[in-house]
Design a protein around this ligand. Structure first.
Ligand SMILES: *Cc1c(COP(=O)(O)O)cnc(C)c1O
Length: 470
């Protein structure tokens, strides 16, 4: 830096407004009002430091208002919740990374009421004595599944862990090699077994397991036989598995409980809503499983929970396990769960009230009509460089339910060269309410199956370009 430039820079830095001068401006007053004095002061100091760091490149010295506005913008950005609502236009209805099931209004109201107030969570209002939190949903679960008894925990992974730990700790758990699943993340059946203290006994082969395999493996050390619904894959071709009824008979004859981990499970017959049949919990119970485990936020459409339903003596043993306490659910989720389960008492209106089912039941023609209606607005908002068209596409249920079944759907395809497309996907993620689509065959596909708030979507989309993509 020559003498002149050095002098020039020193001049600029001297001309920068002081912290006090910035704090007196309108935007800084607003920042103080909203975020408090210490936060506003800190943000102003940081904004000034930022200006100082780039002083050599400044064409003009910023006004106090400009610095304050930068500070306010930074505070606004920091105040944004980290867990933000998004538009799920991926076509996967139960997207684990996007939070799975959306709750019914009835469930939301119940959860909010429970958050605002003390509730009779473990308090028997008839006797005034201590009650059980499971009581709020126990009878409902029995009614909806035909099971003798039921208990609720944090999620289905917890349900499986608790069952294995209660019935097979220090003992053996028999599973077919064709059912040793990985769900994703760290949920691998052999690892869960190890953590539960159960010794895994693998039987059969990947593609074929016979009754004699189970019969030969069950002995005095066997704690349970586990059947796992291969929810996220399918083994096809030269295959054989032992039908649940036959397996139940084998286990019962030897006095060993049969546990069926259904994964998603469903309380309603999906065929009734135009979807492929997925095993219902009631069927699994009727087929003779001693315990059935399943999730609350998959096809059931409720809050994250895990269920164990079945034989009363086994449920009683599970409830005595100290681990149950560590895996229990809070009042908010219990309230949402009770309200969700009650919707199942009225199957005629279930699809209208339960978002998961409502979204799954939307027809391709309805969605194509919505795409056609949205096309001009979306094309109008996007730059001329993008070509937008209506496309047919395939939605998925997600969360491992019916992995090979897709639902005919429709959406908007945005065509552009590859790098531009990635930038567009980034810009959509940077919106006030981010829009999440998926890139396929050189186009960004926005599957409309899960889009109900179209006005909100267009509103958010119209902010494109306002915020810089990440
Ligand atoms: C999804 C799934 C689980 C885990 O359930 P979470 O509710 O995600 O904990 C366990 N077993 C099977 C077969 C599943 O599909």
């Amino acid at each position: 830096m020559d003498e002149h430039a050095r002098h020039d820079l020193a001049e600029r830095l001297r001309a920068l407004p002081s912290v006090d001068a910035v704090l007196k401006t309108g935007p800084a007053q607003a920042a103080t009002e909203r975020f408090g004095r210490p936060e506003a002061t800190r943000a102003v100091r940081e904004a000034l430091a930022e200006v100082r760091a780039h002083a050599a490149r400044l064409l003009v010295v910023p006004l106090p208002e400009d610095v304050a506005a930068a500070a306010l913008a930074a505070l606004d950005a920091r105040a944004q919740p980290s867990l933000r609502p998004v538009f799920n236009l991926t076509g996967t209805v139960l997207h684990t990374n996007l939070g799975r099931a959306i709750l019914a209004e009835e469930a939301i109201e119940a959860a909010v009421a429970a958050m605002r107030s003390a509730v009779a969570l473990e308090f028997d209002l008839d006797t005034g004595k201590r009650g059980e939190r499971d009581e709020h949903v126990r009878e409902l679960l029995c009614e909806l599944t035909g099971a003798e008894d039921a208990t609720v925990v944090n999620n289905n992974a917890a349900a499986v862990l608790l069952v294995l730990n209660t019935l097979a700790s220090g003992r053996e758990a028999v599973v077919s090699r064709g059912e040793l699943i990985e769900i994703g993340g760290a949920f691998r059946m052999p690892d869960i077994m190890a953590r539960a203290g159960a010794r895994l006994v693998e039987i059969g082969t990947t593609n074929r397991t016979h009754p004699k395999d189970y019969e030969g493996a069950i002995h005095a050390e066997t704690g349970l036989v586990l059947k796992v619904h291969t929810s996220n894959y399918r083994i096809e071709g030269f295959t054989k598995e032992v039908p649940p009824r036959e397996l139940a008979a084998i286990a019962r004859a030897r006095g060993v409980p049969l546990v069926n981990d259904l994964g998603s499970g469903t309380l309603a017959d999906l065929a009734r809503y135009g979807l492929a049949h997925e095993p219902t919990v009631r069927e699994a119970v009727a087929e003779g499983a001693d315990l059935v485990t399943f999730s609350g936020d998959k096809l059931l459409g409720g809050p994250q929970t895990g269920f164990i339903v079945g034989r009363a003596d086994l449920i009683a043993a599970i409830n005595k396990n100290p681990m149950k306490r560590a895996l229990r659910v809070d009042k908010v989720r219990l309230a949402a769960l009770e309200a969700t389960l009650k919707l199942y008492r009225d199957p005629d209106r279930l699809a209208a009230r339960l978002p998961t089912l409502r979204l799954l039941a939307r027809s391709a023609s309805e969605l194509a009509a919505r795409a056609q209606a949205l096309l001009p607005d979306v094309a109008g908002i996007l730059d001329d460089g993008f070509e937008v068209s209506v496309v047919t596409c395939a939605s998925q249920i997600g969360s491992g339910a019916l992995p090979l079944e897709t639902l005919p759907s429709a959406g908007l395809a945005i065509h552009a060269p590859g790098s531009v497309l990635n930038a567009l996907a980034g810009a959509l993620r940077a919106l006030d309410i981010p829009v999440i689509g998926r890139i396929r065959d050189g186009a960004l596909i926005l599957d409309l199956r899960c889009l109900e708030d179209e006005a909100g979507f267009l509103d958010s989309l119209s902010g494109i370009g306002d915020g810089a993509p990440p």
